[in-house]
Design a protein. Structure first.
Length: 266
């Protein structure tokens, strides 16, 4: 496998989407109708009622509730599906909402766009002086070490939420300062290929940002999963310049863009 091929992430997203990414062809749009769009992923309070993925290699997959598939297929020629965006969200939402209503669910309530970045063992970068993993060097004297967290024994700094759903055996690394966790990165508990693909989340307390802590934590989680032969996926808002910089600084490369319509949850 080359550094730009992500077979495990392709398989992971295929399961999430209810579609076979390996069968999708560049330049074409695959529409998959799946019951997965009618229920939340493990540990999520909301439902990804529409999940569109535009991969860097030109493959496009739109995952919709089963009742919406035929209508979306009929619209493919007239929809602006070349890239995700508000126009596509507005066009497709009524058909997703109709399928949700038919299934006894609330209509979509919000839309999100993300950039997806990917990494593997050939791409992961070290962050010397912060990360205590087998792929990183010991911390410099006086540096704040990035350690693996198994529980919420150490409290979070103000404005930071600990990923308690990942304790005790999930992949969670954090920076600790004054006996408080100030930055954390973790692999979401999705119930899908968790030992092979880390779908990352990252958060830093507001008072501790712009110090490289997020990069150290992301590098630690990435090193953890890739040391086992796995791959890592990192998503962020296209307007979040700091998060994009974190991804790139830890060796991630562009993988896909997504458009998601959500129902339920806060």
């Amino acid at each position: 496998m080359t550094s730009t091929s992500f077979a495990l992430i392709d398989r992971y997203l295929s399961t999430v989407l209810g579609a076979d990414l390996a069968a999708a062809r560049p330049g074409e749009v695959e529409v998959a109708g799946t019951p997965r769009r009618l229920g939340p992923l493990q540990s999520y309070a909301f439902i990804h009622a529409f999940y569109g993925v535009w991969l860097e290699d030109g493959r496009t997959v739109l995952s919709v509730p089963p009742a919406a598939r035929d209508r979306v297929l009929d619209m493919i020629d007239t929809l602006a599906v070349a890239m995700p965006g508000p126009e596509l969200a507005r066009s497709i939402a009524p058909h997703i909402d109709a399928a949700l209503t038919q299934a006894g669910l609330a209509p979509t309530s919000r839309t999100s766009e993300s950039l997806l970045f990917a990494s593997n063992g050939a791409l992961v970068r070290r962050h010397p002086g912060r990360c205590r993993t087998r792929r990183c060097r010991p911390p410099r004297p006086g540096a704040h070490a990035c350690i693996r967290l198994h529980n919420a024994h150490l409290p979070p700094a103000p404005g930071l939420r600990l990923p308690t759903h990942c304790f005790p055996d999930g992949i969670v690394y954090g920076i600790v300062t004054d006996k408080r966790v100030v930055s954390v990165a973790y692999a979401h508990r999705t119930g899908i290929m968790e030992s092979e693909v880390a779908d990352l989340g990252v958060e830093t307390a507001p008072a501790h940002r712009k110090r490289g802590y997020a990069s150290a934590c992301v590098a630690a989680v990435t090193a953890h999963i890739t040391a086992q032969g796995g791959e890592a996926l990192y998503g962020c808002n296209p307007a979040n310049v700091a998060s994009i910089a974190t991804a790139r600084s830890t060796g991630y490369i562009p993988y896909a863009r997504t458009l998601i319509l959500v129902t339920g949850g806060a």
